[in-house]
Write a protein that binds this ligand. Structure first.
Ligand code: DGJ
Length: 742
């Protein structure tokens, strides 16, 4: 290198450090090449996190630091730190799980990635995109590590591109989105797991040497048995307000895998990505494989900031229309199931408008003529309005809603088909199935094969045509009620059958994106037999998500609690349904059911004509209250006060961004004869401000928190001395509205 060139590069490098330090918000690109003499350091940073890589003497990229944000990079050049592969590969001396495993065109199964350069792109607004280029030292295999930092929201997103420029096909067997290393004495992992109607439970365990895998193999729905997120506590179990915690989630609506491996030195590596299970991927010459994004954040003050950061990030970037309010809807599913006609629906719409709802959602059962959808055994796939039930079509219902000032929503399940349907009679080859095997149904249905472009077009058209032919649809509930059983495609060639899992999810994401782009103002709800599709891959195109078919408030306290570690209230549809609950059989007071639903995005799933006048009045008042408090619930910061896993009383609160209002929810699970008087220490208030405290959504004029009525308290008092008031009864709830004085 000439002296002039070396000077130029050194100057460039210094400029880059300066720029990076200040995280400028202008668009610029800085390119650095591997030919520099000095050992290269690459810092990826957000407000509280630094992830630092170095290029070692052998030109390998290594992670040397993950943790609290470090401003001064120069000290990293003074001593050597323990270094871990930034993106580990199979077939080297690395004897642990590999992020990347490739069989090259000539059969060689090893990969040795060398650093070739990197770029920092300052994206608008405020995002910093770091692109690190790697190449196999012998083969024309190019791997690019992408990191997008959202400095303000404190979130990092990593994904990887793998490009084959070899002469022939190569096969990818492992293809993680991220490969992170941690050094601590102890590691504690919290996983989120469950089943239909009891989703998002939490369990923590200490990692021991060896591997722990959290994965899903359901294909078309991310989870239900396991959810694509985890918490990692370093040194100690995850605490709410103390200790180092990492939160990670994969933005992918298909099977995922998180691998935690504690090695012989007690170091932990975490690989996150698509589940490679049965998914070997052949990459043709010049083809590129792009992994989904792995989103993560770091806190040194417990898990509370982890959730708040994800929520803030989601409202800005992760969820469609995350800055807007949501409508309060009445859904006819539990009210009628498949048994409805125009008259019945109009009566519900009428009641809905009188009770203050803003949207009526028509659920499953409105379609199919040759095979009417009067149950879940037939008609799925035949998206023509059922003439017997709805002789005047969807426009009639839209009009009935509009006349009463209500918006209209509709249910679809476009990726699925009943064998008893006109669609299946016409296209039996469009489904996911293996030859010579029984076509196994779940809920009497099969999955359409989205690897097939014709099927992709069909699925897009189902949604598009519905919206084009019925102007005035404001809301679409997009359901998905089964998972992949026998993963075969009549479209994919024999040697690419294993592409099905990945091609399906990529095609689905493209369809979702196309739909949400064309209909930015239509609200979309991601539903999957309850909580089967809550992931940040899908949520970019959806405004809401359905966390469970189980609306029993006691179950919901746990499901909503778990969901909100990563996903914000703005999208969390929470419905009041009938008592005894159809799924759990449990009887609970209407107030308890409402209070649990008020803590998310309020809706209702019951037949108003079966309510007493008193219940209707209570509901009307609760809906009116929600209209006043929803902006704090949906856009506020969440503070968890008492965990249902640790206490008979659960409490959490939302605080408006300007701290002028907070809504505090308290739920008691079991009766306490002598009363539960746990003090709740409020959080997130302005210590200097004076607040009034009012119990809202009461059943009588009497209030549990009467002692606080008509008085003012400083934020400091409420947070330091806290609030003490008794709760006695099973299924008792207290909602407090805390407000500054105008
Ligand atoms: C499952 C959903 O979760 C329910 O809310 C309902 O839409 C049914 N599917 C309809 O089949």
């Amino acid at each position: 290198m000439s002296e002039a060139n070396a000077d130029y590069l050194t100057t460039k490098k210094n400029e880059y450090h300066e720029k990076y330090k200040n995280v400028l918000i202008s668009l610029c690109v800085v390119t650095l090449s591997a030919s520099m003499d000095a050992k290269e350091l690459i810092r990826i940073t957000t407000e509280n996190l630094s992830l630092i890589y170095q290029v070692n003497d052998r030109n390998r990229l290594e992670q040397i630091y993950f943790g609290k944000n470090i401003g001064n990079m120069s000290e990293f050049e003074k001593v050597s730190l323990p270094a871990y592969p930034a993106y580990s590969t199979y077939g080297t001396n690395h004897v642990f799980e590999a992020a990347l495993r490739v069989t090259h065109a000539d059969g060689n199964t090893s990969t040795e990635l060398m650093y070739t350069g990197h770029q920092i792109v300052q994206e608008d607004p405020g995002r910093v995109h770091t692109i690190i280029s790697l190449k196999d030292e012998y083969y024309d295999l190019y791997t690019t590590l992408h990191f997008r930092a959202y400095p303000e929201e404190d979130i990092l997103e990593q994904w990887v591109e793998i490009q084959n420029r070899e002469k022939k096909n190569i096969v990818l067997s492992d293809f993680a989105s991220s490969d992170l290393s941690f050094t601590a004495g102890k590691y504690f992992v919290t996983q989120f797991y469950g089943d239909w109607s009891e989703e998002m439970n939490m369990k923590e365990q200490e990692l021991s040497p060896g591997m722990k895998v959290i994965d899903s193999k359901l294909g078309v729905r991310t989870h239900q048995y396991t959810h694509p997120c985890f918490l990692l506590g370093l040194e100690q179990p995850v605490q709410e307000l103390s200790g180092e915690v990492i939160g990670g989630t994969l933005a992918w609506p298909g099977s995922f895998r998180f691998t935690f491996e504690v090695n012989n030195d007690g170091k932990l590596r975490v690989l996150s990505g698509i589940n490679p299970y049965g998914s070997a991927y052949t990459l043709g010459k010049n083809e590129t494989f792009t992994t989904p994004g792995f989103l993560f954040t770091y806190s040194k003050n417990g898990v509370q900031p982890v959730s708040q950061k994800f929520h803030r990030w989601a409202r800005k970037y992760g969820i469609k229309n995350g800055d807007k309010d949501r409508d309060i809807l009445l859904n006819n599913w539990e009210a009628t199931y498949f048994d409805f006609d125009e008259e019945k629906l109009v009566r519900i719409i009428d009641d809905a408008s009188q009770m203050g709802f803003e949207l009526f959602l028509l659920d499953d059962g409105w379609f199919g003529n040759k095979h009417p959808r009067n149950g879940d055994t037939q008609g799925l796939g035949d998206w023509q309005t059922n003439r017997e039930k709805l002789p005047n079509g969807i426009p009639f219902l839209i009009n009935e809603c509009k006349k009463r000032g209500l918006k209209f929503g509709i249910w679809v399940e476009p990726e699925m088909v009943n064998p008893k349907s006109e669609l299946y009679e016409k296209h039996p080859d469009w489904v996911i199935a293996q030859p010579h095997r029984e076509r196994t149904v779940q809920r009497n249905q099969l999955i359409l094969d989205l690897s097939n472009p014709e099927v992709q077009k069909f699925v897009y058209d189902v949604v598009d045509r519905l919206l084009v032919e019925n102007p005035g649809i404001d809301y679409v509930k997009w359901d998905c009620n089964r998972f992949v059983g026998n993963p075969g495609s009549s479209w994919l060639p024999a040697d690419k059958q294993s592409h099905l899992w990945i091609d399906y999810s990529n095609a689905l994401l493209k369809i979702m994106e196309k739909v949400s782009r064309k209909y930015p103002d239509v609200t979309f709800m991601a539903c999957s037999g309850g909580g089967g599709r809550i992931d940040y891959g899908s949520m970019r195109h959806f405004d809401e998500y359905w966390i469970s078919d189980n609306n029993d408030p006691l179950q919901r306290i746990f499901t909503q609690w778990g969901t909100q570690y990563f996903f914000p209230a703005i999208g969390l549809a929470s419905h009041v349904s009938v008592s005894p609950n159809h799924i759990s059989g449990r009887s609970t007071p209407l107030k308890y059911r409402f209070d649990v639903a008020l803590a998310g995005k309020l809706g209702m799933d019951l037949q108003p004509s079966q309510m007493t006048e008193e219940e209707k009045v209570f509901s009307k008042n609760a809906i009116a209250l929600y209209k006043e408090i929803r902006s704090t619930v949906l856009h506020g910061d969440l503070y968890r006060l008492l965990s249902p896993y640790e206490s008979n009383r659960t409490a959490y609160m939302y605080v408006a961004q300007d701290k002028s209002e907070a809504i505090v929810f308290n739920f008691l699970v079991r009766k306490e004869i002598k009363s539960n008087t746990q003090t709740i220490y409020l959080q997130g208030l302005d210590p200097e401000q004076q607040y009034s405290v009012e119990e809202v959504n009461r059943v009588s004029s009497w209030s549990r928190s009467a002692a606080y009525k008509d008085k003012l308290f400083s934020g400091e008092y409420l947070m330091t001395v806290g609030m003490t008031f008794p709760m006695y009864n099973e299924y008792e709830s207290v909602v407090l509205r805390i407000k500054t004085q105008e």
